[in-house]
Design a protein around this ligand. Structure first.
Ligand SMILES: Nc1ncnc2c1ncn2[C@@H]1O[C@H](COP(=O)(O)OP(=O)(O)OP(=O)(O)O)[C@@H](O)[C@H]1O
Ligand SMILES: O=C(O)c1ccc[n+]([C@@H]2O[C@H](COP(=O)([O-])O)[C@@H](O)[C@H]2O)c1
Length: 203
């Protein structure tokens, strides 16, 4: 009897990753395991339009850091779709591009609770929910955050408790600027890449 092939399940972890840290990696790993995902694709943003009030490192640096941080996990990969698309980055475009590349796959877009709480401000959000299921991971500091539950399609959203890592890219950048260590907050290769490229030194 011919075996029935399971639909491929792909996680999509979008982020600015400036820099990528262990909070991102643990969230992706937990969602991969919980939903038995075949793969998690990390997608660094091109131009994060909701962060236009701050200086964001060059996309190639953020892309390379994401490659370095994910290289050792056989289920993790990195996509350039957002950094190669000109203009502001919208998740609707990310998911359209990935749906074209993986037409038969089921997509799971992974966010932290803070990003999920802002999701109604995203472009074409109704359409976005049609292209992927959403997974909102708990994140320290977001405990009191109110999700607009009555306005969200909760049948397309799973809230997942992940091991709490109180790490943010903002804190990592601030530590580098002050000369404090980031060892063990980010993978070793990222500490070394930040030093080599002199990122976040405000020079
Ligand atoms: N420690 C964490 N635990 C769980 N999710 C996280 C954590 N840090 C970031 N995320 C989620 O990862 C995604 C990408 O995050 P992003 O690259 O903006 O990192 P960040 O640490 O929030 O950055 P910044 O401090 O610069 O705003 C977002 O959905 C965010 O909510
Ligand atoms: O689609 C949008 O309008 C939109 C607005 C803000 C953020 N996002 C996406 O949310 C993910 C996390 O974003 P950030 O800025 O918190 O790193 C990343 O994939 C962004 O492209 C998407």
């Amino acid at each position: 009897m011919a075996s029935v092939e399971r639909v491929r399940r792909i996680g999509v972890m979008g982020g600015t990753f400036d820099p990528i840290h262990h909070g991102h990696l643990v969230a992706a790993s937990e969602v991969q395991s919980y939903f038995d995902l075949d793969e998690v694709i990390f997608v660094p943003t091109g131009q994060p339009w909701q962060k236009s009030d701050r200086k964001v490192s060059p996309a190639e640096d953020r892309y390379l850091m994401t490659v370095i941080a994910t290289a050792s996990n056989p289920r993790f990969s990195v996509s350039r779709v957002d950094i190669d698309r000109p203009g502001p980055t919208y998740t609707i475009d990310t998911l359209r591009d990935l749906s074209r590349l993986y037409p038969d796959a089921e997509l799971f877009f992974i966010t932290g609770a803070d990003a999920l709480a802002q999701i109604l401000t995203w472009r074409d959000v109704d359409e976005t929910f049609k292209l992927a299921q959403f997974v909102g991971c708990t994140r320290p500091g977001t405990e009191g955050l109110e999700l607009p539950l009555d306005q969200l399609p909760m049948d397309r959203i799973t809230l997942l408790e992940v091991p709490a890592l109180a790490i943010s890219s903002t804190e990592c950048r601030a530590r580098v600027a002050k000369g404090n260590p980031t060892w063990y907050l980010v993978p070793d290769g990222i500490v070394q890449y930040i030093a080599k490229r002199e990122l976040y030194t405000n020079r």
